[in-house]
Design a protein around this ligand. Sequence first.
Ligand code: SAH
Length: 224
Amino acid sequence: MIKTKLLDKYADARAEMILLLKERGIADESVLKAMSEVERHLFIPLPLRNHAYDDAALPIGEGQTISQPYTVAIMTEELHVKELDKVLEIGTGSGYQTAILAAMGIRVFTIERLPGLLKTAKQVLESLNVRFVSKMSDGTIGWREFSPFDGILVTAGAPEIPKPLIEQLKVGGKLVIPVGSQDFQQMKIVTKVDENNRCEIIDKADFKFVPLIGKEGWHEDDSR
Ligand code: SAH
């Protein structure tokens, strides 16, 4: 352990990132602890690693991005999940959000539609001994086999809330999803209130995500 700390030249930058998250209002200790432990730079392409702890989204290839630390923190906090809960993540991307959830003791199921990104993310996560279950697929239809979930996190912007995701939530569970145009989206916190898939929806601030592409999302030929 001590050896890892000495070799971790990013430890100070990571501590500063945590301070900034606190200043911006992130208060959930389990989220802050996970984000102070997981080495974000390992999920960033080498040439950009010096920016790994900036509060910014960064390119990870194939036109996709790793979400900025504040966005990861607020989405995870809004899920209100705890150790051993089951969470479905749509959009594995770099694998960073997967690692954060796993560090919180959550059982993570993650879906990515681009094979190249999933391959790289799996390699990084496996090298860190992160426990997760993943598949390459269209996440807009969820993952019925492992449902119902305590929480569902969508890390790409949707035109509307995909129905299958509500169906695959437990009653009382939350779906955190950015919804809007392809240019910007409003973060929605959707709580399933009964077995008939009725929901309460709270709108949060605006964000900008890459598009969620799939059956219940944007279609590949939708013009931007
Ligand atoms: N959670 C990621 C963020 C990645 S960006 C991270 O921590 O790095 C969003 C990702 O969603 C992209 O990799 C994109 O390819 C993926 N995506 C878009 N539509 C999808 C769909 N229908 N199913 C699964 N993944 C999707």
